[in-house]
Design a protein around this ligand. Sequence first.
Ligand code: CTP
Length: 410
Amino acid sequence: MITILKDKRIVLGVTGSIACYKSVDLASKLTQAGALVDVILTQSAQQFVTPLTFQSVTGRPVYTSLWDNSQDGLPTHIAHVGLAEDADLLIIAPATANTLAKLAHGIADNLLCVTALAANCPVMIAPAMDGNMYMHPAVQANLKTLIGRGATLIPPEEGRFASGLVGLGRLPETPTLIGHIRRVLGSVSGALFGQKVVISAGGTREPIDPVRYITNRSSGKQGHALAQAAIDDGARVVVLITTSDQPVPVGVKAIYVDTAQAMLQAVLEHSADADLLIMAAAVADFRPATVADQKIKKSGSDVLTLQLTRTADILNEVKLQREQTGYPRMVIGFAAESENLLKNARDKLERKGLDLLVANDITAPDAGFSVDTNRVVILDAEGGNYPVELANKSTISEIILSRAAALLRD
Ligand code: CTP
C-alpha cells in the first residue's frame, strides 16, 4: 500500500505501441498500491494486449469503445463521462505519436481522446515510439502544445527499441512512472506544497589515503524514504547524499557529497532558503588528521596508528545560521543511541536547538541502520515524546513529515 495512491481514481489510457506490455505492470502495481485503476484501450493497443489482461490485474471493467453499450445500456461516452469527472489523474502510457497529435488538436474520435478532453484532473503523457519519431518536429510541436496546456510529460528514456534501433523513445519502467504519478498527485494536495525541504542521508566517508576511507553502517534508506514522503507531500526536495546505492525518488534533486566537511557546506548552502532541514545523515564525528597522498603500505609493520581529529557539528553550525537569518525555518535531527535513549535524545534536541528529534535504539536488530524497518520516538521542543512502533521506513517518514507540516502551519 502506498498512502498517496490509496483509493485514488486513476484513468490509465493505453495506446498502440509495443511498450503497452509495460502498462500491464503499471496497472498491476498501481492496483497493489491501493489505487482504483480504470483502463481505456485504443483499438491499436488491442493489437498488442487484450482488455482481459488489464481486467485481470485491476479487477475492474476495461473500456475500449465509444459505442460499446454492453455494460450499462448507454453508449460508453455517455455512461462513462463519469470516468473523466471522477478521476484524480489521467495518465496515457504509452502515448503514441498518433494519440499525441489527436490530443494536441482536440480530435475526439475514440473514448480515450473524449475522456482526455472531458478531464479536469491532472493529465500525464508518457510518449513511447521508435527511432527518430520522437524527435520529429511534428511530435515535438504537439508535445509543446500539450505541455503548454498543462499536461505533464514523462520523458522517454534512451535505449534499444523492439526494432533493434537505439535512441530516445523508450517508455520508462514502472517505478519511474509511479514516481512521476506520486509527484503530480503530491503537487495537487500535499501538506508541504511549495515548501523547500532539504534532507541529508547516508554515512559520510572520511578518506585515509587515495583508496581507503572511514565510514559507518548508515545506508541512506531512511533519508530516501523521507525524500519520497516529502515529494508525496508536494515539497521541493533536495537530498544531500553520500552513496548512489539507492534509487533517488523521482522529482528529488540529489547532490552527492562525501566527507563531513563537504556535507557541512552543502547543508548550509541548500538550507539557506529552506523551510525544513532534516539531518538524517550519519555524520562522522572524527576524520583522519591527515590524508596520505599515496596508498599507505604495510611496510612490514603489524600496527598502524591513525590519528583522528574532530569534524564540525553540522547541526550546531545550522543553529548559528538560523539565529542570524531565520533559515532553515524548521530543523529535525536524528539520534542514534545505544543506551539511555530518551535522556540522551532530549539532551541532543536541546543542545542542537532542534524542533523535532527522531531517536532510535540502534541495538535493536529490526530497526535502524541498513534494515527496511525502524522503531523510533519523536521528541518535540515542548517536552513531548511520541513513540512510533515498528514500521517500515516509508510509514515512519510520513509520520515525521505530518508532524513537521503541522508545526510549519502553526
Ligand atoms: N550530526 C551533525 N554533525 C555531526 C554529527 C552528527 O549534524 N558532526 C547530526 C546528525 O545528522 C543527527 C544528529 O546530529 O541528526 C545526532 O547525531 P548522533 O550521531 O546521534 O549524535 P552526535 O551529535 O554525534 O553525538 P554523540 O556522538 O554524543 O551521540
